[in-house]
Design a binder for this molecule. Structure first.
Ligand code: PLP
Length: 382
């Protein structure tokens, strides 16, 4: 029996199949939603940039480390997200810290109301601002309203901070409702949409676009390390805000990023922009996965909602407690299929089984997964 471990060694490239600990698996995990991390053009761009510019510029952005590659990436990001400006950061993990600090520098909030299902980076970023942080229950408007009335002093403004797409539970934040509440209290909304950008929305601008939440009161951070096949964090928005990020401590204190990562990000962004068919393929696969899981009685939020222009390529569910889910997970591994069993931030106590589909998966692979799951459920039904 394969034992359950958190860390497997990936020997080789990520893809729809991977080698983990020396064995080949059909792979339904990771975040390379379009499998761009191994796209020939992305790799070539990274190699060419490294030859031309070296690994990095060996200084900070704020000194002399802003390269033409970075300028080009940030222009393309602003164009992609249809914002005045954009900035690239050393990692997505830092985007919430840098973004919340910049909003604070602009005096846009006094207190942070934080969806408690949010990613580690958002929780730690919020705490690191030194501003008061009040948690509210995941996606619970009622709780948010009562926390606001309890903790927001008169004359003070809130920022409501949340993930866009919660990656472990595969659900979207009710951003329009958060926005209404923020506006009602003269505040703003901060969204970490690491998983939504590139895949959701008519133009792939993420959860806000998918939910029709567009407002100058919404501020957005994300990552290029998932759908865009590269690496690094981003923040997009109005010029004065982005300038605050550019001159803030996160940027001022970090070395300029790897040229390979920047060039790969430019190429990944171009590929996503020029190939909307990839997004359609992802939605088709996600839809097919959810349909197949539905036949097993596994339901998910990831249903196709036409007005959302997309569907979530993640299915997440619990089944009979931790012990049972580990048995299911291990059975699938024996069958040469890898899905996640995880207790990552946002999971229910006891963890969840989590399946991620990409635009490159074949229908027959999805069928292989759901057939194996059917057998696992039969063997380990609780
Ligand atoms: C919601 C969320 N925010 C931020 C991050 C961090 O992004 P990065 O890996 O680019 O540092 C992740 C995961 O990687 C994430 O899932």
């Amino acid at each position: 029996m394969t034992s359950h471990r958190q860390h497997h060694i990936m020997e080789g490239r990520p893809g729809t199949t991977v080698i983990l600990d020396g064995k080949k698996y059909l792979y339904f995990a990771g975040t390379s939603y379009f499998q761009l991390h191994t796209h020939t053009d992305v790799i070539q761009a990274a190699v060419d940039a490294t030859h031309k510019f070296g690994m990095g510029s060996a200084t900070t952005r704020i000194m002399s480390g802003t390269t033409p590659l970075l300028q080009s990436l940030e222009e393309k990001l602003a164009n992609y997200f249809n914002t005045e400006d954009a900035v690239y950061l050393p990692s997505g993990y830092l985007s919430s810290l840098a973004g919340l600090k910049a909003l604070d520098d602009l005096g846009l909030y006094d207190i942070i109301f934080l969806d408690e299902g949010s990613h580690y980076s958002l929780v730690e970023g919020a705490i690191a601002t030194g501003k008061p942080v009040v948690y509210f229950r995941n996606r619970d408007l009622h709780d948010l309203e009562s926390k606001i009335s309890e903790h927001l002093d008169s004359g003070k403004c809130p920022v409501i901070a949340t993930d866009g797409l919660f990656p472990v539970i595969a659900k979207l934040a009710p951003i329009r409702d958060y926005l209404d509440l923020a506006i009602k209290h003269q505040g703003v909304v901060w969204v970490d949409d690491a998983h939504g950008v590139g895949i959701l929305g008519a133009h792939g601008r993420g959860t806000c676009e998918a939910l029709g939440a567009r407002s100058d009161k919404i501020y957005l951070g994300a990552t290029l390390s998932k759908a865009f096949g590269a690496y690094g964090g981003i923040i997009v928005g109005p010029g004065n805000f982005i300038n605050k990020v550019r001159t803030g401590s996160v940027m001022a204190g970090s070395s300029s990023p790897l040229n390979a990562a920047v060039a790969a990000a430019i190429k990944g962004l171009e590929l996503v922009q020029e190939n909307p068919g990839m997004r359609k393929m992802l939605w088709t696969n996600a839809h097919y996965l959810i349909e197949n899981l539905g036949q097993l009685g596994i339901t998910s939020e990831s249903k196709f909602i036409p007005e959302m222009h997309g569907t979530i390529p993640i299915a997440s569910f619990s089944s009979g407690g931790a012990k049972n889910m580990k048995l299911i997970h291990n059975y699938l591994m024996e069958e040469g299929i890898y899905i996640q069993y995880t207790d990552y931030k946002g999971a229910e106590p006891g963890g969840v089984l989590r399946i991620v589909v990409s635009s490159s998966h074949k229908k027959v692979e999805i069928v292989r997964l759901t057939s194996a799951l059917t057998e696992a459920f039969r063997l380990f039904s609780s």
